[in-house]
Design a protein around this ligand. Structure first.
Ligand SMILES: [Zn+2]
Ligand SMILES: [Zn+2]
Length: 139
């Protein structure tokens, strides 16, 4: 889904972020894809038409975008951070074979009751990760 440029600038400004070319490029790139890229994936993609990015600048742009809630970090594999510009509540499907991650709409499952947690735990959020095989990886 391509967003118009001024909508992206507007979103950054509304969150009080200074609009830098790096932040703009990182956010625009994330908005245009649904595959939950890693920093390395983002860097590869950005450097094709924007050859000024280093891993450090992409990483610090991601941190800034995360801090204001425009981007979230998705941790579904040990030691691998992926990034998602969909910050609305949703679940994830992860392919065990190729590692592909895709969003599952929040209303795909019935609401889970958090009332049976042991006393003393206060639940705030949850999300479901479904593990399996994607279309391409099924025999
Ligand atoms: Zn797969
Ligand atoms: Zn997601």
């Amino acid at each position: 889904m391509k967003q118009p440029a001024d909508a992206i600038v507007q979103a950054l400004k509304e969150k009080g972020l200074r609009v830098t070319p790096q932040r703009y490029a990182v956010y625009a790139n994330l908005l245009s894809r649904t595959d939950h890229p890693t920093v390395e994936h983002l860097l590869q993609d950005l450097n094709q038409d924007f050859p000024i990015s280093s891993q450090a600048t992409v990483y610090s742009s991601l941190q800034a975008l995360r801090e204001v809630g425009l981007v979230r970090e998705v941790l579904l594999e040990e030691g691998v951070s992926r990034y998602d510009a969909n910050v609305d509540p949703h679940h994830h499907f992860r392919c065990r074979h190729c590692g592909e991650i895709e969003d599952i709409p929040w209303n795909c499952f019935q609401e889970i009751s958090l009332n049976n947690l042991r006393p003393g735990l206060e639940a705030q959020t949850y999300e479901v990760t479904v593990s399996g095989l994607c279309d391409h990886c099924q025999p």
